[in-house]
Design a protein around this ligand. Structure first.
Ligand SMILES: [Zn+2]
Length: 271
């Protein structure tokens, strides 16, 4: 499932193809993903020039010179394919640029989404209204965590997954960051000391940056024949590694399941 680093890698891969280019055509091969495509999508994007690509949480943002932002989410299985040799049955939306490049949004399970929002009001639009800070932003640090976690009795893991507290963190990188910071996933959020919260904020940034760098290098080194962007095999610390040695203390990594979601952690060194 694409998480923040995969979306960031995707945006970085798409930027040189789209930025400064005019959208020559938009093809839609079905009416919806998780929800319908905007009815006027083709009309608003055809002929528009892409001014900027960026990311907010797990959403990719494509700004145009008409004041629109195309907001995409990759859901469970979405990816962009660059110059596909042929359009497959899961390529639901295809953008062609004035340079003749083609980008296909491929999503077999169709949990992804595409919306068109006025750029000016993006911050107040769903799902961005009320969203917490970016974990890689400057305002996200131990002091911020101390402020928002004060008095919170919930375990730290679900608190970090709450998009109102911090934007874009998913299960994989929360598991890995908690291991790196040696904090137990079940530790009560409001009871973690400031020095440990400093370590946690640093750990979150560090696991994300490492994954983005790995994605960036896979993008440079492996131009796959299908042109798929944004997927790479990450070297996760504990996620998906039940029974393997903890990278901190070599005890076996454990897995716990709650609410259909797995938590990978070390019972020995994460306190
Ligand atoms: Zn350990």
């Amino acid at each position: 499932m694409p998480e923040l680093p995969e979306v960031e890698t995707t945006v970085r891969g798409l930027a040189p193809v789209l930025e400064g280019h005019r959208i020559e055509s938009i093809e839609l091969h079905r009416a919806d993903l998780r929800r319908p495509f905007p009815v006027d999508l083709r009309q608003r994007l055809t002929g528009a020039t892409v001014t900027r690509l960026s990311r907010r949480a797990k959403y990719g943002l494509i700004d145009t010179d008409r004041g629109d932002t195309l907001v995409f989410h990759l859901g469970m299985s979405g990816s962009w394919r660059l110059d596909p040799q042929q359009i497959g049955k899961h390529d639901h939306l295809v953008i062609e640029t004035d340079a003749g490049r083609r980008l296909a949004l491929n999503d077999p399970r169709r949990f992804g989404s595409v919306d068109l929002v006025p750029t000016e009001t993006l911050d107040q639009a769903e799902p961005f209204a009320g969203m917490g800070p970016e974990p890689l932003g400057e305002s996200f640090d131990g002091r911020y965590l101390q402020r928002v976690l004060k008095g919170r009795k919930a375990p730290i893991k679900p608190l970090l997954l709450d998009q109102r507290l911090v934007a874009g963190l998913g299960n994989i990188y929360v598991c890995d960051a908690l291991n790196l910071a040696a904090i137990a996933p079940g530790r009560e959020g409001g009871k973690i000391s400031k020095p440990r919260l400093d370590r946690l904020a640093d750990a979150i940034k560090s696991v994300l940056v490492e994954a983005i760098e790995a994605g960036g290098s896979s993008l440079r080194n492996f131009v796959r024949p299908d042109g798929e962007l944004g997927y790479f095999s990450s070297k996760w610390r504990v996620y998906g590694r039940e029974g393997e040695p903890c990278p901190r203390c070599a005890s076996p990594v454990r897995r716990r399941t709650d609410g259909g979601r797995s938590t990978f952690y070390c019972a020995k060194c994460q306190r």
